[in-house]
Ligand binder design. Structure first.
Ligand code: NAD
Ligand code: GLY
Length: 361
């Protein structure tokens, strides 16, 4: 079993464990009761995950709210349904909300926990690779608004994250690859994360590709652990994204525009991120920010994992640019990029002219 402690420099009490283990779901309440004083639990999940794993969270003190499956339900309407349920079952302030699912469920359940009675305990049980390496860690919780993704939310840290590597076996190939995009992102930003240890994650991904792709438990555990360590190092330094935390959005400036102009339907988040990473490497190369050698090596890593690297249509450039400008990462009207600098290093850049930004689209 691997236990990591996420520390948040600014608020000592926000320190919490991430436990990564095979078959941990079977013992979920043993751990939950160790880390919260909650007496009753509202488990938020969707119909698909409920059918697969709901039984593990059922006990005399738990109630469920089962939402429909999909990003389109990550909305205020469905957040209200969670809150209605919490009120109906008279969930109290000392009780807790458990998120059992991928990033959609985690983000919504976390936001509900953040605002229900001004905040109750929250436990993350992430069931997708993306959620285990990214969304369950760091406390960003949100729902979408029709004018923008994740526009309504909070920073609200969980009390505990339980990552069961076994649940990844039921993820389909497309969703597994979606998670791999966020995984590979860490290889390109590792040095800038400024973590205490050097994990050589870039090399780890190259050396362990075959094991990772066949979902070898040991390799996945190591991979999830390194990603969580890198993310928690960043969150520890900058919980509320005043600066450094933005590097976790490597590839996302393009990705968010891709998702926006395709109505969040054509590509998964991870697919948009892998295309976005290719586009930012193209931009960096054309601006002379990185060497041709690093460019080739980085693109080959993305391709080795067989991730999508280009759009299969030609978007309207003006519409694409408008989508980039309406993202919440825009600062003072300027589009913010996480730019590759050297191997495993990035820096934040803005003031890049429109012609360059759009040249690869
Ligand atoms: P998701 O939650 O929609 O899950 C993807 C699909 O996999 C769904 O159909 C889901 O039902 C299914 N699924 C989940 N677990 C499964 C399992 N074990 N077996 C079989 N099927 C399973 O998508 P996601 O990729 O996990 O998360 C995307 C969301 O995460 C987006 O809304 C994004 O904005 C958010 N996100 C948040 C953060 C953050 O820091 N809070 C970071 C990255 C992404
Ligand atoms: N996924 C980006 C962040 O947590 O900041």
């Amino acid at each position: 079993m691997t236990v990591l402690n996420v520390r948040i420099k600014a608020t000592k009490e926000s320190s919490y464990p991430i436990i990564i283990e095979e078959n941990i779901l079977e013992k979920a309440y043993e751990y939950i009761l160790k880390y919260t004083n909650a007496k009753r639990f509202l488990v938020v999940t969707n119909d698909k995950i409920f059918n697969l794993y709901g039984e593990y969270l059922r006990n005399d003190n738990s109630e469920f709210i089962v939402l429909p499956d999909g990003e389109v339900y990550k909305s205020m309407d469905y957040l209200n349904k969670i809150l209605d349920k919490a009120l109906e079952i008279k969930l109290e302030r000392k009780d807790a909300i458990i998120a059992l699912g991928g990033g959609v469920i985690g983000d919504m359940a976390g936001f509900a926990a953040a605002i229900y009675q001004r905040g109750i305990d929250f436990i993350q049980i992430p069931t997708t690779l993306l959620a285990q390496v990214d969304s369950s860690v760091g406390g960003k919780v949100a729902v979408n608004h029709k004018l923008g993704k994740n526009m309504l939310g909070a920073f609200y840290q969980p009390k505990l994250v339980l990552s069961d590597t076994n649940v990844l076996k039921t993820l389909d190939e497309r969703q597994f690859k979606t998670g791999l995009s966020e995984v590979i992102k860490y290889a390109f930003i590792e040095k800038t994360c400024n973590a205490e240890e050097n994990y050589n994650f870039y090399e780890f991904l190259k050396e362990n590709k075959e094991k990772i792709c066949r979902k070898d438990t040991k390799a996945l555990k190591e991979l999830i652990t390194i990603c969580c360590k890198l993310k928690s190092a960043v969150v520890n330094q900058d919980e509320k994204e005043k600066g450094l935390r933005a590097i976790l959005n490597f590839g996302h400036t393009y990705a968010h525009a891709i998702e926006n102009i395709t109505n969040y339907e054509k590509y998964t988040h991870g697919e948009a991120v892998s295309i976005g990473m290719k586009l930012i490497f193209d931009l960096a190369l054309s601006l002379g920010k990185i060497s041709e050698e690093y460019y080739k090596d980085a693109i080959s890593l993305i391709k080795e994992y067989d991730l999508v690297t280009s759009l299969d249509f030609t978007p309207d450039k003006e519409k694409f640019y408008e989508a980039m400008k309406s993202d919440k990462k825009v600062s003072n009207q300027s589009i913010v990029f996480v730019m590759p600098k050297n191997r495993k290093e990035v820096e934040i850049e803005n003031n890049i002219d429109k012609k360059h930004i759009l040249q690869g689209i």
